[in-house]
Design a binder for this molecule. Structure first.
Ligand code: IPE
Ligand code: IPE
Ligand code: MG
Length: 246
């Protein structure tokens, strides 16, 4: 049961893993796992919106996933396009803003078209931000930020000694999202796989053995329940944290 008196995470990010294993266990091709996984995405977006989360980031495709077999990459891109086309109305009706992080230029045109339309048409929505991590890598994103700051230094707009946590964070594509509170990873793996490396600095981590296609509203609630039961200290002592809450 969620605790109505404890705060909800503002921003939840999910590493949606285990589609391939879900299919393999059933003797099905991997793509069937991805197809079933798309249904979990629909459920979780709906549940997050109803709960009142401010932002939900979903790791849908990593920079490294481009190296998977060509047919699997193609199938994932087609599923992504189908998702964008089929969910467009629901996203707009629920006043959800769609955003992405990652290298959008690498996506095929048949994905970029519907994706960019929906980003544009949902830009004024403010009930929740749904951020899709597509062709995303945390290290790639940090390197890009460092590159932009270096360019600003060379252009004489910034001194190296001016670079700090605040302006570095402002160079990241996640700057438009609230602070990351909770990272969930499915399928039993306990690693970040190049996801939100900077942003997860003080996020709570939640690992579940549930494979992504079996993930449901109930699993999301379990993760949030676990989050609500934790004390986030941000380097302070427990006593300091409790005093601040009074
Ligand atoms: C997650 O499921 C989906 C993507 C990474 C695109 P996987 O395809 O990684 O499933 P497993 O890990 O092989 O079971
Ligand atoms: C992470 O899953 C990427 C996504 C969920 C999109 P992977 O299946 O690619 O991660 P590894 O290879 O197990 O670390
Ligand atoms: Mg995997």
């Amino acid at each position: 049961m969620l605790n109505p008196h404890a705060p909800l995470p503002r921003h939840v990010a999910i590493i949606m893993d285990g589609n391939g294993r879900w299919a393999k266990r059933r003797g099905l091709p991997r793509i069937e796992g991805h197809r079933k996984g798309a249904d979990s995405v629909r459920d979780v977006v709906r549940a997050s919106r109803e709960l009142g989360l401010r932002a939900l980031t979903l790791y849908a495709f990593s920079s490294q996933n481009w190296d998977r077999p060509m047919e699997e990459v193609r199938a994932l891109m087609e599923l992504l396009r189908d998702y964008l086309v089929e969910e467009r109305t629901e996203i707009l009706e629920n006043e959800i803003r769609l955003e992405t992080i990652g290298d959008r230029t690498r996506l095929p045109e048949f994905v970029r078209g519907p994706l960019e339309d929906l980003i544009r048409d949902s830009a004024e929505n403010d009930k929740m931000t749904l951020c899709l991590a597509l062709s995303y890598g945390g290290r790639e994103s940090l390197a890009a930020a460092a590159r932009r700051l270096a360019e600003a230094v060379v252009a004489g707009e910034l001194l190296p000694s001016d670079i700090d946590v605040r302006n570095f964070g402002q160079e990241l594509s996640t700057r438009m999202l609230p602070e990351l509170d909770l990272v969930i990873r499915t399928s039993g793996e306990q690693r970040l796989s190049n996801f939100l490396l900077w942003e997860a600095a003080y996020a709570e981590l939640y690992f579940t053995d549930t494979l992504w296609p079996d993930f449901s509203r109930a699993t999301l609630y379990q993760a949030i329940e676990s989050f609500q039961g934790r004390e986030r200290r941000f380097g302070l002592t427990s006593e300091q944290v409790r005093l601040r809450r009074l």
